[in-house]
Design a protein. Structure first.
Length: 177
């Protein structure tokens, strides 16, 4: 019997995090979107990229807790981006690229706090990942869904996403489809 749950993470550009989590066993669906802002209405990619909406680029992961634990998803998330960089990931700079975990319930919040505490000694700098309650999730425009699969020959995919995928495949081979 399945135990379908949602997880919402922001770790820089959503194209990267989406590509990573689509390969994880137990993940049923990954949707790119925006969360955490204060601008009224549904934001557009262009508006979010301006940094003026307060939204972060995030992914919402639908997963089967009987196959992959939330804690394992968090560990993969925290170790496949740099959670010590404030409002940036590599060349992507701005609050829309912040490292953030949006929890869906108190249990997820508690697990996120534990994972960050457990992983902190493995980083040279302080983890700055935010832990916030999910208020609203706005699905991103169609062209941002399955971006890596649809644009593998694009420069950003080759130089940024492919190396992240290779790292994850090495670290988490046992957790992949």
């Amino acid at each position: 019997m399945s135990n379908i749950q949602l997880a919402t993470f922001g770790g820089g550009c959503f194209w990267c995090t989406e590509a990573l989590f689509l390969e994880v066993k137990g993940v049923k669906k990954v949707v790119s979107g925006y969360s955490g802002g204060n601008a009224p209405g549904k934001p557009t990619y262009r508006e979010v990229c301006s940094g003026l909406t307060g939204h972060a680029e995030v992914i919402q992961v639908t997963f089967d807790e009987n196959i992959i634990k939330y804690k394992d998803l968090l560990t993969i998330f925290m170790t496949t981006h740099d959670p010590t960089q404030l409002n940036r990931q590599g060349a992507d700079v701005g609050s829309q690229y912040r490292s953030v975990i949006y929890f869906h319930d108190e249990n997820q919040k508690e697990i996120a706090e534990v994972v960050i505490k457990e992983l902190a000694p493995f980083f040279d700098h302080k983890i700055v990942t935010e832990i916030n309650s999910l208020d609203i999730f706005h699905e991103a425009e169609k062209e941002h869904q399955d971006y890596y699969r649809n644009n593998q020959s694009a420069g950003y995919c080759n130089f940024v996403i492919t190396p992240k995928l290779l790292k994850m495949r090495k670290l988490y081979a046992d957790k992949l489809k």
